[in-house]
Design a protein around this ligand. Structure first.
Ligand code: UDX
Ligand code: ADP
Length: 465
C-alpha cells in the first residue's frame, strides 16, 4: 500500500492555519497536522464553535468543517508531528527585533532558530523543510547549517516557499494564487524536493504558475513583492496630501493613471496608511539587509515608503485635531474600525492604533467599534505602545458593541477600516445622535461626499479638499 504523505506545519497563525487548511482540503490523500506551542490557539482551532477560530477568513470555517479531524489536525504535540512528517513547513512568527543589533529593523529569528533546533533534535528520517514564514535573505542557509550540524545524520532539504496570501482574502488567494514560488538548491536532491512540493500545489494550480528559483531569489522576492505593494500605497498617499491642498481628487488621479496598463489599477486606494504584519516589517528587513551590505542609498530609498506611511497616519490625526478647532480634549470621537483592513480580525500595525495614540495624547475620549476585533485585542494594542498606563487607556478609550448608540453626543466619527457594513448604517440617525457640527473623517474613502454633506455632516475624506 502506498504510504500516506504526511505534512506538519509548525505555527498555527494567520499564515499556517489557512494555508494548511487549503492544502488538506485540496489534497485529500495527504495528512496535514498543524502544531503550535500555544495551547489556547490550538484549542481555538479545535473549537466546536467555528465562530471561535483564532483567524477570521471568509470561506475558512467551511473548510475546517469539512476537513478537521479527517486529514487536518491541530495539535500541541510538536515533536510527534515532526517525527512523523515527510514535509515540515515552518510558519512561526518573525517579528522585528526589539533588542540588540538590528533593533527596530532586522527580523528576530529566535523562533525560527528554536524551531530548526527542535527539528534537528527530533527528526529520525529524511525531511523536506519548507520556510513559509517571511524571512530575510539567507535564512535558509542558517537553517541548513543548524540542521546539518546538530541533526541525527538524516538528510534535510531546505526549500523557501513564501506565502503571498493577503488577509481577509486568504482562502481565495490560496485557491487562485497568481503564482507559487519554490526556492531550493539546484542539486538532484534539491530538484526532487522542489518537485515534491510543486506536486502538492499542482493538485489545484496549473503548473505554469508554480515558479522554481534558487533559495535566495525566492527569499528576496517575497520582501521585494511586499515592498513594491507598500510603495504603491505610499505613492498614492503622498499624492492624497497634494490633492487635499488643491482641487484634484485622489480617486480620479488613481483612476487616470491606473488606465495605463504599465501602471495598472490595483493597489492605488489612498487610505489612512497601510498596516498589517507584513509591509512595514518586510521593508524594514529590506532596509536592514541593504544597509548591512553598505548600500545606504538603497536602504534610504525603501525607508522612505515607511516614512511616508507614518506621515499619512499622523496627518490624519492632525487634521482631526485642527478641524475640531485645535482641541480634542474631552471630545468624544468614535472610531469605526480597528482592524488593519476589512474582513480580518488582525490589528497588527493597524493605522487605528497610531491615530488613537495621537488623539489620546491630546486627551480625546475615544469610543471604538469594530465588528470583528475584541476589546481585549484593542487594549493590548494600546498597552503595547506603552505611551500611557493601562488604567489611562481604559479610562480614555472605550470599546462598544453598538455602533449607532456609540455616536450619541459624539463630536466626530473617524473611519479607520473599510468594513462594508459602515456603508449601510442609518447615517441620518447617526447625524441626529451627534453634537453639531457633526464631523466625519473618512480615512478609507468609504462614503460618498455629496450624500454625507447633504445629510448635514462636515465631511472630510482622505485625498479630497
Ligand atoms: C500583504 C500582501 O498583499 C500579501 O501578498 C503578503 O503575503 C502579505 O502582505 P496583507 O498585509 O494581508 O497582505 O494585506 P494587503 O491587502 O496587502 O493590505 C495591506 C495594507 O495596505 C492594509 O492596511 C490595506 O488597507 C492597505 N492598502 C492596500 C491601502 O491602503 N491601499 C491599497 O490600495 C491597498
Ligand atoms: P503569522 O501571521 O506569520 O502566521 P503568527 O504570529 O500569527 O504569525 O503565528 C505564529 C505562530 O507560531 C504562533 O501561534 C506561535 O505560538 C507559533 N510558534 C512560535 N514558535 C514556535 C515553536 N518553536 N513551535 C511551535 N509553534 C511556535
Amino acid at each position: 500500500m502506498k504510504k500516506t504523505t504526511k505534512i506538519c506545519c509548525i505555527g498555527a497563525g494567520y499564515v499556517g492555519g489557512p494555508t494548511m487548511s487549503v492544502i488538506a482540503n485540496q489534497c485529500p490523500e495527504i495528512q496535514v497536522t498543524v502544531v503550535d506551542i500555544n495551547q489556547d490557539r490550538i484549542n481555538q482551532w479545535n473549537d466546536e464553535d467555528l465562530d471561535k477560530l483564532p483567524v477570521y477568513e471568509p470561506g475558512l470555517k467551511e473548510i475546517i468543517a469539512s476537513n478537521r479531524n479527517k486529514n487536518l489536525f491541530f495539535s500541541t504535540e510538536v515533536d510527534k508531528a515532526i517525527e512523523e512528517a515527510d514535509i515540515i513547513f515552518i510558519s512561526v512568527n518573525t517579528p522585528t527585533k526589539t533588542y540588540g543589533k538590528g533593533k527596530g529593523q532586522a527580523a528576530d529569528l529566535k523562533f525560527i532558530e528554536l524551531c530548526a533546533r527542535n527539528i534537528a533534535k527530533v527528526a529520525k528520517t529524511d525531511k523536506i523543510v519548507v520556510e513559509k514564514s517571511t524571512l530575510p535573505v539567507r535564512t535558509a542557509g542558517a537553517i541548513k547549517s543548524i540542521l546539518e550540524n546538530t541533526g541525527n545524520g538524516v538528510n534535510f532539504e531546505i526549500l523557501s516557499n513564501p506565502e503571498f496570501l493577503a488577509e481577509g482574502t486568504a482562502v481565495d488567494d490560496l485557491l487562485n494564487a497568481d503564482r507559487v514560488l519554490i526556492g531550493g538548491d539546484d542539486t538532484p536532491t534539491g530538484q526532487k524536493a522542489k518537485d515534491t512540493l510543486s506536486a502538492i500545489y499542482e493538485h489545484w494550480l496549473p503548473k505554469d504558475r508554480i515558479l522554481q528559483t534558487n533559495v535566495w531569489s525566492s527569499e528576496l522576492s517575497k520582501l521585494v513583492a511586499n515592498a513594491f505593494l507598500a510603495q504603491r500605497v505610499s505613492s498614492i498617499n503622498s499624492i492624497s496630501a497634494l490633492c487635499e491642498r488643491t482641487d484634484a481628487n485622489v480617486a480620479e488621479v488613481a483612476r487616470a493613471i491606473g488606465y495605463d496598463s504599465r501602471i495598472g489599477s490595483k493597489f492605488l486606494n489612498s487610505s489612512v496608511g497601510f498596516g498589517g504584519s507584513c509591509f512595514q516589517k518586510d521593508i524594514l528587513n529590506l532596509v536592514y539587509i541593504a544597509s548591512s551590505f553598505g548600500l545606504q542609498e538603497v536602504a534610504d530609498y525603501w525607508e522612505q515608503v515607511i516614512i511616508m506611511n507614518d506621515y499619512q497616519k499622523r496627518r490624519f490625526a492632525e487634521n482631526i485635531i485642527s478641524t475640531l478647532y485645535n482641541t480634542v480634549s474631552g471630545k468624544k470621537i468614535v472610531f469605526y474600525g480597528w482592524a488593519f483592513k476589512k474582513d480580518t480580525n488582525d490589528t497588527r500595525e493597524s493605522a487605528a492604533i497610531y491615530v488613537a495614540d495621537a488623539l489620546l495624547e491630546e486627551r480625546a475620549e475615544i469610543i471604538v467599534y469594530d465588528p470583528k476585533v475584541s476589546e481585549k485585542t484593542i487594549y493590548a494594542d494600546m498597552d503595547y505602545l506603552n505611551t500611557r498606563t493601562p488604567e489611562e487607556n481604559r479610562r480614555l478609550l472605550k470599546v462598544v458593541k453598538d455602533p449607532i448608540k456609540a455616536t450619541e453626543e459624539a463630536h466626530a466619527i473617524a473611519i479607520l477600516t473599510e468594513w462594508d457594513e459602515f456603508k449601510t448604517y442609518d447615517w441620518d440617525k447617526i447625524y441626529n445622535n451627534m453634537l453639531k457640527p457633526a464631523f466625519v473623517f473618512d480615512g478609507r474613502r468609504l462614503l460618498d461626499s455629496e450624500t454625507m454633506t447633504a445629510k448635514g455632516f462636515e465631511f472630510y475624506k482622505i485625498g479630497q479638499s
